[in-house]
Design a protein around this ligand. Structure first.
Ligand code: FES
Ligand SMILES: [Fe+2]
Length: 339
């Protein structure tokens, strides 16, 4: 897995996905089985070391997973703890096990060795779980592209003007704005600031007709591709706190070199109980991400030769600085980890 950084957390799914039986998901080319135990959440390679049956086809016995083929049982740390054919556990009867932490309603998978897992590196998505004053809608889509093409898309929101004509309808706001990319520690920021513009669609109903607003779109990136977007609007010239912000999660996890899990969410602080608002938002975002971003990203990725992104000598327009710097940070992490 040298193509993926190890010292970071990969979103494996929403904590709600676990249910009673857990779930399987391919991450970095490995199919993993995630399940809840009495101590937390476990992740095992979904492959029995005997005849390679998926452990997800087996059953559970307390915290153990019992292979559905010949009954070997494995503990959450991957160790085989029961062999129905003898008292002795065969040497090497162990399944690779991974460190998973549940935080903010998200399951985070550590990319490296379990004993090196560093929870301080989990990015903050505290706005995701519902509270008495907030409600979050969430979604998921699988993209047929390498995850860094998704990062390019999210770290460069200028595409709103072109790709999202049917949904977010940029109406030229991006061209009225300033774009800044900055690195703070290991966190990359790609921020748009658009002062004194006509209200964007997200501000409808929040500002009086005809009033001008200041608008910001601030994307925060942490490796490998966990992004938080703040969509903000306030009256023109006023303090930002007088306006409102919509926090969104845009988290990409490589399934393999050619497919990406895209988890997204959007939080609101009004109409908390409204199923109609939930449905309207899910439709809007589903349309924007599934029918606008995804076909463009997949088609662009399909257009790149096997030599990869840099071999094609991509043009640089400046607006793409965020994605480019994220790519460079990932390359540097991998280089440090290999040497
Ligand atoms: S394949 Fe799992 S016990 Fe045989
Ligand atoms: Fe988009």
């Amino acid at each position: 897995m040298a193509d993926y950084p190890a010292r970071c957390w990969y979103m494996a799914g929403w904590a709600d996905d676990l249910g009673e039986r857990g779930f399987t998901r391919e991450i970095r080319g490995q199919r993993l089985l995630f399940f809840r135990t009495s101590e937390g959440v476990a992740a095992l390679l979904d492959r029995c070391p005997h005849r390679f049956a998926p452990l997800s086809m087996g059953s559970r016995d307390g915290d153990r997973v019992v292979c559905g083929y010949h009954g070997l049982a494995f503990a959450p740390d991957g160790q085989c703890v029961h062999n129905p054919f003898a008292d002795r556990i065969p040497a090497g009867a162990k399944v690779p096990a991974f460190c998973v932490v549940e935080r903010d309603g998200i399951l985070w998978l550590w990319g490296g060795a379990r004993e090196e897992a560093d929870e301080n590196l989990i990015p903050d998505f505290a706005f995701v779980p519902d509270t008495p004053t907030s409600r979050t809608v969430r979604g998921y889509t699988l993209m047929q592209a390498h995850y860094e093409y998704g990062t390019d898309n999210l770290m460069d929101l200028s595409h709103i003007e072109f790709v999202h004509k049917g949904t977010f309808a940029g109406q030229g706001v991006i061209f009225a704005g300033q774009h800044k990319v900055r690195l703070e520690g290991a966190t990359l920021h790609s921020d748009w600031w658009m002062p004194g513009i006509a209200p964007p669609s997200v501000a409808r109903g929040h500002v009086p007709d005809g009033a001008l607003v200041d608008h910001w779109l601030e994307m925060r990136w942490n490796a490998p591709a966990s992004m938080r977007l703040m969509v903000g609007v306030c009256p023109h010239g006023a303090a930002r706190e007088t306006g409102f912000e919509v926090p969104q999660a845009h988290i990409l996890t490589p399934a393999n070199d050619h497919q990406t899990h895209y988890f997204w969410s959007s939080t609101r602080y009004d109409a908390l109980e409204s199923a109609e608002v939930d449905a309207a938002l899910l439709t809007l975002f589903g349309e924007a991400f599934d029918q606008e971003d995804k076909p463009m990203i997949e088609a662009a990725y399909a257009n790149v030769g096997s030599g990869g992104f840099w071999a094609e000598k991509p043009l640089s327009l400046g607006i793409d600085q965020g994605g480019t710097r994220a790519r460079r940070l990932i390359e540097a992490m991998i280089a440090r980890e290999i040497h």
